[in-house]
Design a protein around this ligand. Sequence first.
Ligand code: P6P
Length: 339
Amino acid sequence: MPFLNTSKLVTIERHITEEGALHPSATGEFSRLLRDLTLAIRIVARDVRRSGLNDVLGVTEDVNVHGEMVKRLDIHANEVIIRAMDHGGHLCVMASEENEDLIPIPEPYHNGKYVLVFDPLDGSSNIDVNVSIGTIFSIYQRLDPTSAAPGSLADVLQPGYKQVAAGYAMYGSSTQLVYSSGNGVDIFTFDPTIGEFLLTYEKIKIPKRGKIYSINSGNSYKWEEGLRNYVRHLLSPSDDGTRPFSLRYVGTMVADIHRTLHYGGIFMYPRDTTSPNGKLRLVYEVNPMSFLVEQAGGRATDGERRILDLEPTSLHQRVPCFIGSEEDVLEVERFLREG
Ligand code: P6P
């Protein structure tokens, strides 16, 4: 699987503008929203990279070498995104994994026609061991695009199929931005020497079937029988060589989904006897990832229902998820039905 599948030199700004031209009703407002978001991501990427140096730079407890209070990186990332996005006039409301309640657009800024939901730093428990982490986001149109009133909870709790765009940034060996506005999935890699995200992979397509499964096996004693039977099936060698699967689990959803997009296979965070709805959040983790994987030709369900069809009922609700290659997700659904 090549890292690069395009030789065109296209920045993300130009790509967004060109994609915007595909939507005659686009006013350029959406492009400006994404420009502001990529600025926030660049800042978060810089600070994530520096975080590894904090110990070297002499951060003692909560105060850094400049005498500034050092915040947890996920709280810092949350503040960076909010400050970059709250005054552009594109959004009427935001919601974040870090905020219990909705994030209103402050006076005197204009309430725009879009909604932004995000997980500012997914996998933050992996920061201290330099494992890839990321930012996940979804963008919706508000329910009444003509309104100038503050956005409401109803504007945020929309089913995932109404996303106008979704994506994630992965802060790994390089910073990559994976993004779709409904016209396939494109990958941009940040080039710090020129300060631009450059298109490095166009219209990625997830293989119809993979050979990797991704799940926290430490919870297997709590899984339902159908899931245990599925994993046993994956681990039993087959005559055609399609099995056994390998297990790969980073513990950062962004990294596990990124690998699944490229190599295929299945990422699972199922329900179990102690977590009846699994762990991952529907609104700002599972919906955006499901949108991307479907745009890449894959499948995403809760084991039975299409994730993007689910009607959210609360901001931080959790949902079981099976996301990845279409044939692999269909197969686990069969095992779950059979019990
Ligand atoms: P567990 C990270 O904390 C996270 O929210 C996701 O990024 C990741 O997929 C999951 O939790 C890992 O959870 O229970 O396997 O450690």
